[in-house]
Design a protein around this ligand. Structure first.
Ligand code: HEM
Length: 136
């Protein structure tokens, strides 16, 4: 059923799953396997954008009122705002990560990676631990 808590739970699982891919990709880069890093991150990029697009289709077209209960509750709204401060910039940096990686702009790629690491950590922590429902 397309309810707010179900949408959030699905996204939590998606974020946890793609984070495993991202960690594997960073490990591959640290071991010098840049080709594997690139392939894993192409997958990370595609799956993450599919999740973002899926969410947008749900909240803008299919069920624009699914998150009304969050807007009516100040504590929930604050938790969601914290999450958005990290997740929205993450989404915008992601194409730049892919572009600089593919083009071989290594210094720029690594500078952006520092920002991206902070933003993704924030997305993960606020998304999984601040927003209800928590799966445990
Ligand atoms: C967050 C931490 C990340 C770190 C520390 C990192 C680090 C690196 C390093 C060291 C390289 C090799 C550069 C060279 O050629 O010498 C590289 C390449 C690359 N990175 Fe990243 N990266 C990160 C995230 C990402 C993300 C999020 C993406 C895509 C969404 C990405 C896509 C790529 C691609 C496509 C390449 C080229 C692979 C190849 O040469 O075949 N990276 N990265």
């Amino acid at each position: 059923m397309l309810t707010g808590p179900n949408v959030i739970l699905t996204l939590k699982i998606a974020v946890a799953a793609v984070t495993v891919l991202l960690l594997a990709a960073v490990l591959a880069a640290m071991r010098g396997n840049y080709r594997l890093h690139g392939r894993l991150n192409l997958l990370f990029f595609t799956l993450t954008l599919m999740a973002v697009l899926g969410l947008e289709v749900v909240v803008r077209i299919l069920a624009p009122d699914v998150f009304d209960y969050i807007n009516r509750d100040n504590t929930l709204r604050r938790a969601l705002n914290w999450h958005l401060w990290f997740s929205v910039p993450s989404t915008f940096i992601l194409p730049a990560m892919l572009y600089t990686g593919l083009k071989g702009y290594v210094r720029l790629h690594l500078s952006l990676a520092a920002c991206f690491a902070v933003l993704w950590s924030g997305t993960f922590i606020t998304g999984i631990f601040f927003l209800p429902p928590t799966p445990w």
